[in-house]
Every structure is written in structure tokens, then in C-alpha cells.
Design a protein. Sequence first.
Length: 150
Amino acid sequence: MLEMKMVDVSSKVDVYREAVARGCIRLRKETVDRIRSGAIEKGDVFAASSLVALHAAKNTSLLLPFCHTIRIDFVKPRIWIEDNNKVCIEVLVKARERTGVEMEALTAVSLALLNIWDMVKAYEKDEEGQYPYTSIENICVVKKIKESSV
């Protein structure tokens, strides 16, 4: 059996790190209209999902055991509607650390999108209670910066 362990970053120095991740959730147009008009029973989808993104970025190491617990200096989620049938989120994460912050950005995006699904699932179901129109798509890191340690 392979040994499982975290990467040892103890000899590294803190440097400025930044990552931006993005993803979208495809929804029915009627659901997007409800989000726009504030007619989601569970509340403000953008505000709640922004809060989820902040919380997720700060707690990534609790969810992913190989991620280091790091000091996050800044998290900025940005949420928008695209093409009348998608809600997209982009999250910027910054830190001065010994390891990158891309996993924190990806976790923030992923959990924010899951939160959106949870908040709108009642409006997305078809007659059989399935979700044929709903999908989380294109989660990726769009930018990563590591300042030189010299």
C-alpha cells in the first residue's frame, strides 16, 4: 500500500500567492428569472453563495486532508448571470504562504455552486423529481500567481 502524507513545506518561505477559480451552474431560464427577481424561497442566492465561498476557502483543509491549513488574507467572490440560463462564480483568493491557494479557490467555487443548487432545487425538478436541466460546469483555475522568493 502506498504511504499517504502531506507534502512537507516546512523548508519553504512565505511568498505572495494568488489564485482565481471559476465555474457555472446551468439552470432553467425560469429559475434564473426567480433569482433575478428575488423570488427564491430560501433567500438571496448571490449573498448566500458569496458567504459560502468565503467560508469554503477558509476551511479547505478540513475538507481535503492533503491541503495545508493556511492563513487566507483575502477572498473575493463575484457572481453573475450568463446567457439567461447560467449562474457563474469567480473567486479570488490571496495569501502570503508556503503553499499555493488554488485549492482554496476551487473549493470556494465548488461549494458556492453546490449552495446555488441547494437553494434552487425545488424549481429545477421535472415531473419525475429529476434534474435534467441542471448541471455544474467548467470549474477551473483561470489564474495562479506565485511571487518570487528571491
